[in-house]
Design a protein around this ligand. Structure first.
Ligand code: 13P
Length: 284
């Protein structure tokens, strides 16, 4: 199945009350783990790349890997650029074959965020590329995007309504108290704000900062319109623990492919757990 954008798959997910996992990949092995697991579970999936990962490998290798891995796949797969503030970089991803992009102008004043998000929609739509935008500011660290606690702030639901009336995005990420990285305490999620937003729009919502959230938080968020759930940190842990764990168990083996395979299996386990939690199994 060719790569598709996020629009249709997220609308279906929101209508049928499940969420699609958006997994931040790190290399070919992690991308393969995401796509193979989605195929085994017959689930749609979003392969997500940070700007840092794309800069590390280059546009063409990533697009070549994903086309190769989805060639014989029969589940819907989108390739999405995660948080990006740089319009030239977004344009390069669109030109290279990304099917979806996120403009993160959430650190800018409201009008400027709206204006930049509109510009990206104008850039992306003629190519059938879907767009995600953010309002409020999600805290924590996601590769090169660092938002300190004092800058993180929750979305204002009235502003969200104005925002969504004025820009035609396919997915909306409201800051509701989740954060990127590892949670220090129990996160306080602003379900009240999420409820107002989801009552006012049928645009699929994105839940960021998925690593470390409870099953209950996932269930409540999905019930309130979240159709895309982002998982990054958990895959970084699986990536390193899978590799190092194997080496520590067999330090004298020195067979790189068995290490890579151990990493692959740990990544798949992590992706599987999440897809099952989000309820998208058999929804392809
Ligand atoms: P985590 O790193 O907490 O899983 O968050 C991922 C994310 O929201 C990427 O945008």
């Amino acid at each position: 199945m060719p790569l598709i954008n996020m629009s249709q798959m997220l609308r279906k997910a929101r209508a049928e009350k499940y969420a699609i996992g958006a997994f931040n990949i790190l290399d070919y092995n992690s991308m393969k783990a995401v796509i193979e697991t989605a195929q085994e579970l017959k689930s749609p999936v979003i392969v997500q790349t940070s700007e840092k990962t794309v800069r590390f490998w280059g546009f063409r290798p990533i697009i070549t890997w994903i086309r190769e891995l989805t060639n014989n796949s029969d589940v819907p797969v989108a390739i999405h650029l995660d948080h990006c503030k740089n319009l030239d970089f977004i344009k390069n991803c669109i030109d290279a074959g990304w099917t979806s992009v996120m403009i993160d102008a959430s650190s800018k004043p409201f009008e400027e965020n709206l204006e930049l998000s509109r510009k990206v929609v104008e850039m992306a739509k003629p190519f059938g590329v879907s767009v995600e935008a953010e309002l409020g500011e999600i805290g924590g660290i996601e590769d090169d995007i660092i938002v300190n606690e004092e800058n993180a702030h929750l979305v204002n639901p009235e502003k969200a309504q104005i925002f969504l009336k004025n820009v035609d995005v396919d997915c909306f990420a409201p800051a509701i108290g989740t954060a990127h990285g590892v949670y220090k305490g129990k996160p306080k999620i602003a379900f009240d704000r999420l409820k107002i937003i989801s009552n006012n729009t049928d645009i699929p919502l994105a839940l960021h900062g998925g690593t470390g959230l409870s099953e209950e938080v996932f269930k409540n968020s999905i019930a309130l319109g979240c159709a895309k759930i982002n998982i990054s940190t958990q895959l970084k842990y699986a990536f390193i623990d899978g590799f190092v764990g194997y080496y520590n168990a067999k330090p004298n083996e020195y067979n790189p492919l068995t290490l890579i395979d151990a990493q692959f299996k740990m990544l798949k386990k992590s992706v599987k757990e999440n897809i099952q939690l989000f309820g998208s199994t058999q929804k392809a």
